[in-house]
Design a protein around this ligand. Structure first.
Ligand SMILES: *Cc1c(COP(=O)(O)O)cnc(C)c1O
Length: 420
């Protein structure tokens, strides 16, 4: 059905209802031509409308000063509220279960303050081996903060010998094995290195069965795969906005708090004035009373200038529709896999079938040369050194982000690879 031909790729683009979105983004140029951008899993491209959204707020600040909190197109007092509807559709949550605030690693610590409260009997955290470094450091420092030894308290699930991704059954078995002493099960949604999608629904179920909380880092999942956080009954999650969500370098993070915790004012948390019950916030009284929902986890008033690009981008997601994006993601990733097999069959894809848009390619001794060749030919990918000790060579990650990648881009990549 698929073909390695320009004609096939162009016909496919023509019938793609998301085809027009490519033109909504700026592409870096290489020799006067747009690059083939496969690193949207690291930093998404800039939507063209972002500039105008930022200009709006500069204008509001210029003309209104402090009154910009209450007046203008998008009053700053309410700024975090402009995200609830849009982001809840992306992660599969109710509006009150999400809020946009801070940066990702900061939020993970805040969420651990609520959901990692170890006791002498229950103190372990179960997570994936080879997790993103920031997540490892969060877990390690949280464990130490509570006076436990990381060597005893952190249980990592690793691939079986000769394999590169985790088996769902091994994750579940580990949860059962350590059940009585486990406080928290904490996984990514999509593994940043291998591109594996974890079975968040069953991980959550298994965690709850042993009396532990289940939380997820969705940095590589939000805007990439279909998420149903509240159907899965996850306790909490956090993600960043600058990868698949195209909201600019170091952009704000989002969090999900299951409403059973969010609507319980007794759920422990670190508090700040912006999480205070909104209708009485400005009485400025002693004694913290949380706003119900995830909003009750906010500390500071909205950092408007790092949130503006997020809004500009989410407006595009709203127009494109997450279901359409996921449908195209499956097709374009399948096409990339096909093209890689046709034109570079020596390369081994280590990403399993349960995946998002990213494919991770295990290279050989000449891997770095191939990576440089791609870069020199206007294909932007990224290079990762081996991450688990038994991996001999580095990995090239490629993510054909559906909102701005065309099938023709992937065909062009095939042309470049076949000339290698
Ligand atoms: C990208 C990424 C981060 C980055 O954290 P920041 O706090 O935004 O710098 C953390 N965790 C995971 C899993 C990531 O993929």
């Amino acid at each position: 059905m698929m073909e390695f031909s320009k004609q096939w790729a162009q016909a496919k683009d023509k019938s793609d209802k998301l085809n027009g979105f490519k033109n909504e983004f700026y592409f870096p140029q290489h020799n006067g031509k747009p690059v083939i951008y496969l690193t949207g899993n690291s930093l998404g491209l800039q939507p063209k409308q972002t500039k105008a959204y930022i200009q709006d707020e500069l204008d509001a600040w210029e003309k209104l000063g402090v009154d910009g909190h209450f007046e203008g197109k998008r009053p700053w007092m309410e700024y975090h509220k402009f995200f609830a509807d849009k982001i809840s559709k992306i992660v599969g949550a109710d509006k009150e279960e999400v809020v946009v605030m801070n940066n990702l690693t900061v939020n993970l610590h805040l969420l651990f303050a609520s959901f990692y409260r170890p006791t002498k009997e229950r103190f372990k955290i179960i997570m994936e081996g080879g997790a993103f470094p920031s997540d490892m450091y969060v877990v390690e420092s949280q464990v130490r903060h509570h006076g436990f030894d990381p060597k005893e308290a952190i249980i990592e699930v690793t691939p079986r010998e000769g394999e590169h991704h985790l088996r769902d059954e091994d994750i579940i078995a580990t949860i059962k094995e350590h059940g009585a002493s486990t406080a928290l099960v904490f996984f990514s949604g999509v593994q940043y290195f291998t591109g594996q999608v974890f079975d968040m629904e069953n991980i959550t179920k298994a965690a709850h069965e042993v009396g532990a909380f289940a939380g997820f880092d969705l940095a590589h999942a939000a805007g990439n795969i279909k998420l149903e956080l509240n159907n899965w009954n996850a306790d909490f999650a956090a993600w960043c906005s600058y990868k698949y969500l195209n909201s600019g370098p170091g952009g704000v993070s989002g969090i999900f708090i299951n409403k059973k915790h969010g609507n319980n004012p007794d759920t422990p948390r670190f508090a700040g004035w912006w999480g205070y019950k909104e209708d009485i916030r400005f009485q400025m009284k002693k004694g913290f009373v949380p706003e119900p929902g995830a909003a009750g986890w906010q500390l500071s008033n909205a950092p408007v200038f790092s949130m503006v690009p997020h809004l500009a981008s989410l407006d595009l997601f709203d127009k494109a529709g997450m279901d359409n994006l996921v449908a195209k993601q499956k097709e374009i990733t399948a096409y990339l896999e096909y093209i890689l097999k046709e034109t570079a069959s020596q390369l081994k894809i280590i990403t399993p079938k349960n995946r998002g848009t990213q494919l991770s390619i295990l290279t050989d001794a000449n891997g770095k040369k191939l990576f440089d060749y791609l870069t020199n030919n206007g294909v932007i990918t990224d290079w990762r050194e081996p991450h688990l000790s038994d991996m001999a060579f580095g990995v090239i990650r490629m993510a054909p982000v559906p909102i701005y990648t065309s099938f023709e881009d992937i065909w062009r990549l095939g042309e470049i690879l076949s000339n290698y």
